[in-house]
Design a protein around this ligand. Structure first.
Ligand code: AMP
Ligand code: TRP
Length: 328
């Protein structure tokens, strides 16, 4: 069984990324052949700084390694090192419906924000993402809830390719965690936690200092009622319950039961303490791993070589199926 996922390069990975995706990547190493890519080409679809980008790729690699990815047990590589991704993107555009791309909610949200220049790259982002996965004939794609629509699209693309050109690609499936697939902003529990949210106070970063984490949880927005339990009118408390459940590795019902007598203030302190303990080892390992850029480059070089060996086989099949290039 083959697993593929991609993550955008930034050092500001947050608790949502960690719980929704990174924890699943680590677990994937024991479940199958796990392949993970830091998708620097996806970063070109929003404003970026060319001098900063290589550094952000290192930051992300160090976070992933600190979280427990082991280059001996998975393939970890930088997307732009494997040219097959960009070639397959173009080949797949011929079986991707423009209308489908227009319906992508992430595209609609992000393009509304690109006032000066709404780029074709942003529009084609989901096709590059489809190419990432389909190039490896991966079966499973561990992601958070916000990527479900993109995985649906790549399933359609793979299915359409196979119907038009013959059985060539594997139709992958999204693997979305039961609990923690959509961690909410602490200041606005009706929006998902994200790097680009209105207030930095609502986003807990993996690399935040313990004091920052404690402050953010203490100030978390909740309703004015009481009772630590999940309910539609209690999105703030429900979010904290989910976070504590994942961090402790228990069912949310266990958290509710244990804290049924607690006031909101005490409950927030308990969640903060658990998250601090949870992230502390990651932050410590990060500093050491991030310092050795030569080692990160050698991990990328080895990862890209292994990735290319797999992707080039798929590309040869795709080209042959489509009649592109000299006939085999
Ligand atoms: P990105 O940083 O956008 O590349 O996202 C990396 C992964 O984190 C993707 O699989 C997302 O689905 C997941 N993710 C992003 N935000 C959240 C969130 N608030 N809760 C859970 N998962 C998330
Ligand atoms: N679009 C994904 C995100 O924003 C990142 C990504 C790129 C990805 N390529 C992928 C995720 C392939 C899974 C598989 O989170």
């Amino acid at each position: 069984m083959r697993i593929f996922s991609g993550i955008q390069p930034t050092g500001r990975k947050h608790l949502g990324n960690y719980i929704g995706a990174i924890v699943q990547y680590v677990a994937g190493q024991d479940r199958g052949e796990a392949i993970y890519s830091i998708v620097d080409l996806h970063s070109l679809t929003v404003p970026f700084d060319p001098r900063e980008l290589p550094q952000l790729v290192y930051d992300t690699a160090a976070i992933l390694l600190a979280a427990g990815l082991d280059p001996e047990r998975c393939i970890l590589f930088r997307q732009s090192d494997v040219h097959e991704h960009t070639e397959l993107t173009w080949l797949l555009t011929s079986v991707t419906a423009k209308g489908e791309l227009e319906r992508m909610t992430q595209y609609k949200d992000k393009s509304a924000k690109q006032r000066e220049l709404s780029t074709a790259g942003l529009f084609l982002y989901p096709v590059l993402m489809a190419a990432d996965v389909l190039a490896y004939r991966a079966h499973e794609v561990p992601v958070g809830e916000d990527q479900r629509q993109h995985v649906e699209l790549m399933r359609d693309v793979a299915g359409r390719f196979n119907a038009r050109f013959g059985e060539t690609l594997v139709v992958p499936e999204a693997v979305i965690p039961q609990v923690g697939a959509r961690i909410m902003d602490l200041q606005d529990p009706t929006s998902k936690m994200s790097t680009t949210s209105a207030s930095a106070e609502g986003t807990v970063y993996v690399l935040d200092e313990p004091a920052q984490i404690e402050r953010k949880f203490k100030r978390a927005v909740t309703d004015s009622g009481k009772g630590v339990h999940r309910a539609p009118d209690k999105p703030g408390i429900a979010n904290l319950i989910e976070i504590l459940a994942v961090v402790r590795g228990v069912d949310p019902a266990v958290v509710e039961h244990e804290h049924r007598e607690a006031g909101y203030g005490d409950f927030k302190v308990a969640v903060a303490a658990a998250v601090v303990d949870y992230l502390a080892p990651v932050r410590e390992r990060y500093n050491e791993l991030r310092a050795d850029e030569a080692r990160l480059e050698s991990i990328f070089a080895a990862g890209a070589e292994r990735a290319r060996a797999l992707a080039s086989v798929t590309l040869a099949d795709v080209r042959a199926a489509m009649g592109v290039g000299s006939p085999r």
